[in-house]
Design a binder for this molecule. Structure first.
Ligand code: OVM
Length: 397
């Protein structure tokens, strides 16, 4: 679709050129076959919905414990200590997933509704007073940076380090390019600061972190593992939600007719947020490592080879979706793969959707129009799609 590749094999999915507008490249890879070889990195890539779904759900063939970035932990050292949930297979994954799934269960999340709504209303007050705002800093970052650390129970001081942490973690999944190197340079300052705010002694007694530490008291994990799982919440849960809100804002601004539908019926705010996640896929990619040989048509993936899954491409595969490039807030989005699939499907999905639902419900009641004043600026990252600047004028209803 508009992008000519001398050869698909030359695609660099971590280059600025690709990240600036990945979607035509996705189409080219989907059309080239069920699996394609990216020679620059010596990896396989799946870009069609069915193959991404298969790779995600067949966790016994496509393992996570060798890393879900391009680095194979079995042959080169990981850039940080591996996550005991993301970069783990059963049985370790089963045990750690259970601890976070309980902390993040729908019942556990119910208590967050009221404080999240209060923050959303206060934010809309402040935004409408100003009218012209940066949707990236003043909305997409401001809201989750307040409600999510509060929900975890982090101390009020020391949170400034959080955005840099997420950016670092998600760049580490990529190759050793400039984005990786910059993230590496931030790590010595950021990592100890993150450790300090996740200590059991400093977190509040009623937040998600306390719930995870209680799993240690119950004998379900070691004290060190509880701390690592609290850090997993921070790594996985903040930048992803920031970028989801940023992508939703851009979708609403570019499709005022769709925003009008949300305003007319605020109960679809949650579904509209989910549709923007399908369309933009804030998490664009993850890798798996083949632990045994697997066939894709007549192509063999061999034991030890890396497979790059394009979530973003699966979410716009015309083999799966009608009008895949259209933002349609009435669409049935249940099958999208923006939160993954199978045992590694996002454990914080319901918390993320709660944030989106409550924020955009408050917006729908009080904001008539989200006007883009200038082109938004993308923030390049080896894994995430997000924006560093979204110049907006918000019109009061
Ligand atoms: C983790 C982790 C880090 C980044 C992403 C993620 C999407 C998890 O440390 O467990 O899940």
């Amino acid at each position: 679709m508009g992008v000519a590749h001398d050869s698909i094999a030359d695609i660099d999915p971590f280059s600025d050129e690709f990240l600036r507008d990945p979607f035509p490249h996705h189409a080219a890879m989907r059309d080239a076959g069920p699996i394609v070889r990216l020679e620059r990195y010596g990896i396989w890539a799946v870009a069609r919905y069915d193959e991404v779904f298969r790779t995600y759900t067949d966790w016994e063939t496509f393992i996570s414990s060798a890393g879900v970035g391009i680095t194979d932990f079995r042959t080169s050292p990981p850039p940080r200590p591996p996550s005991i949930i993301l970069e783990a297979d059963p049985p370790l994954h089963t045990r750690t997933h259970k601890i976070l799934a309980r902390a993040l269960s729908p019942a556990a999340l119910r208590s967050f509704r009221e404080p999240f709504a209060r923050e959303a209303e206060a934010l809309v007050d402040r935004l409408l007073e100003r009218g012209v705002v940066d949707g990236s800093r003043d909305i997409a970052q401001a809201y989750p940076l307040k409600v999510f650390p509060d929900a975890i129970g982090l101390p009020p001081h020391g949170r400034e380090v959080l955005p840099a942490y997420g950016d670092m973690v998600f760049n580490f999944f990529g190759p050793h390019n400039e984005l990786f190197t910059e993230a590496m340079a931030a790590a010595p300052a950021v990592s100890p600061a993150i450790m300090a705010i996740c200590e059991r002694a400093v977190v509040s007694p009623d937040g998600l972190a306390a719930n995870v530490f209680a799993a240690h008291d119950a004998g379900e994990c070691t004290y060190a593992e509880a701390g690592m799982l609290v850090r997993s919440l921070l790594s996985a849960g903040l930048d992803t939600t920031v970028d989801s809100i940023a992508c939703a804002l851009v979708c609403f601004a570019r499709n005022p007719d769709q925003w009008d539908l949300v305003r007319a019926n605020p109960s679809i705010a949650r579904a509209a947020f989910d549709e923007s996640i399908r369309l933009e896929s804030p998490v664009q990619t993850f890798f798996r490592t083949a632990a045994r040989s697997a066939m894709f048509g007549d192509i063999e993936v061999r034991n030890g080879e890396k497979v790059l899954m394009f979530l973003a491409s699966a979410n716009r595969d015309p083999r799966k979706w009608d009008r895949p490039d259209e933002f349609d807030v009435t669409r049935k989005t249940g099958a999208h793969i923006g939160f993954g699939a199978g045992i590694h499907r996002c454990v914080g999905e319901m918390l993320s959707k709660l944030e989106g639902e409550i924020l955009f419900t408050a917006f729908a009641r009080r904001i008539a129009r989200i006007e883009l004043l200038d082109e938004p600026t993308l923030r390049f990252n080896n894994t995430l799609r997000g924006y560093s600047r979204i110049p907006l004028r918000l019109h009061a209803a």
